[in-house]
Design a protein around this ligand. Sequence first.
Ligand code: GSH
Length: 284
Amino acid sequence: MKINPPMLLQISRSYIKLVKADNFQLWFGRHFSNTVTPTTNSIVDVSLAVPISGSSMESDNSRKKATDSTWVSKIVLYSFWQSSCSWRVRFALNLKGLSYEYRAVNLGKGEQFTSEFDKLNPLHYVPVLVDGDVVISDSYAILLYLEEKYHQRPLLPIKPQLRALNLQAASIVSSNMQPLHMLSVLRYMEERVGPEEKQLWAKFHIQKGFGALEKLLTGSAGKYATGDEVYMADVFLAPQIAVATKRFDIDMSEFPTLRKIYDSCEALPEFQASLPERQPDASP
Ligand SMILES: N[C@@H](CCC(=O)N[C@@H](CS)C(=O)NCC(=O)O)C(=O)O
């Protein structure tokens, strides 16, 4: 819903009253609060109201009231704590300040193959994001959807060249790296070729991808991949780096730019909250 700022002030005041009753809050992000002044004529997006997660509003009754409102979006994320693809989405949702309901899908136990999950994603992979009646089962598509629907904390820069660089880096991770070491591929390799070959295969493709990303981002990187703001490239890179070092023993000293990007992400509370071990389905 798009409205003019003066109207927004009025409406948001009454909305906050309604919100208090229903235990909801308005999300005032950087973009949002800058724009909410009666003196500007710019249009702002007010689709930014989100439930306070874990609060008493999670009851069915109040959720119904919430979904009846045009202001509120109830987001559900099907995720597995160790999945780097799910991690990207958790990080992005946190950056955008969007609360969501976490639904665990245990990949180790094969829960991705249940008939219920098949209806959400016939490919049987996590993550799946459900936002009202929208179902999206690919992290790259989810990121672009979130970016278009929720304008706070942009995950793509305005400059076309830097946008393309973010998309390219994210695509290298999601197309040329992660699919080559995902659970089902490694299981297949282990059965058909052997456990050692499986590990070598994964390491080869991860190092190849990092080598390309290091060259690609050296010129653009600041604190993060394309400057001093965290964007989509970082959202894809950081979980990939964590998985590469912890699970595949990749030495990041060969990739100093990527290492620095990871360190910057690691310092962010939004990233820390998305860590695998902080998820409800994490096991020691
Ligand atoms: N292109 C998909 C890939 C999703 C994917 O590969 N998910 C992995 C976890 S990171 C998965 O569900 N693997 C289950 C399996 O391999 O059986 C995305 O980016 O979301």
